[in-house]
Design a protein around this ligand. Structure first.
Ligand code: DC
Length: 225
């Protein structure tokens, strides 16, 4: 039986990560944050003392990555340095190609024999899983996303200047959307969910309703499991 694949793409700080985790948990599906693969490559390049913009070294690092070894849970992947390095290695076509098989394998055969997988990222619906069962593109205005990012940094005790956070967000958007290979954009058949005026709970409810209407798959809690 082929697995149910839910593709959730969107820009930085759109809320797609939290939403994807919650959707996967509710449906009893596996979850893959594909951004963590690019972060892992970026961090490995930095640890080797190299420049993430060095395409040759980044590609070599991506080909040597073993995501099943637990590297994706390294807390250092969540740092701003990792995000910055990730968005630089992500423009290299050979890096993207090296990470494709792992993502497609995860979608086709979710770990633990689970019946489905939720993959979130930038190009899941367009490139990684063009035949995904349901595609969501989660977005919000750049100002709302910068505000969310600012709050998250302050909650973690990291001082941040609002105008700097906004400029960083715009620069990352530009890098993600304007790159030649697999740029950030909604797939033609994706449902666009703008969360600018939604709470996390409202976004979650909207996503589950859409997935339910397309697949008939509902939350495990509704089954009393
Ligand atoms: O979602 P994130 O912030 O963890 O992603 C980090 C970077 O990785 C992001 O700037 C773009 C890149 N990325 C990508 O190019 N394709 C993906 N499917 C996921 C992330």
């Amino acid at each position: 039986m082929s697995s149910v694949v839910i593709a959730i793409d969107g820009p930085a700080a759109s809320g797609k990560g939290t939403l994807s985790r919650r959707v996967a948990e509710a449906l009893g599906f596996a979850h893959l944050d594909t951004g963590s693969l690019y972060r892992a490559v970026g961090v490995a390049v930095l640890r080797a003392g190299k420049d993430p913009a060095d395409a040759h070294f980044a590609a070599q690092t991506a080909r040597a990555l073993h995501p099943e070894d637990g590297i994706l849970n390294d807390p250092e992947l969540r740092s701003d340095e990792a995000a910055e390095a990730a968005s630089k290695v992500a423009v290299v076509p050979e890096v993207r190609a090296a990470l494709l098989d792992f993502q497609r394998g995860f979608a086709a055969c979710p770990p633990g024999g689970l019946p489905g997988a939720v993959l979130d990222g930038r190009d899941v619906g367009t490139v990684v899983c063009p035949d995904a069962t349901v595609k969501l593109f989660v977005t919000a205005s750049v100002e709302v996303r910068a505000d969310r990012r600012l709050k998250e940094l302050r909650d973690r005790g990291i001082p941040a200047i609002p105008s700097d956070v906004l400029e960083d967000m715009k620069a990352r958007d530009a890098r993600d959307s304007q790159r030649a290979v697999a740029p950030l954009r909604p797939a033609g058949d994706a449902f666009v969910l703008d969360t600018s005026a939604l709470t996390a709970d409202q976004a979650f409810d909207a996503a589950l309703a859409l997935i339910g209407s397309k697949t008939g798959v509902g939350p495990l809690s509704a089954l009393g499991r």
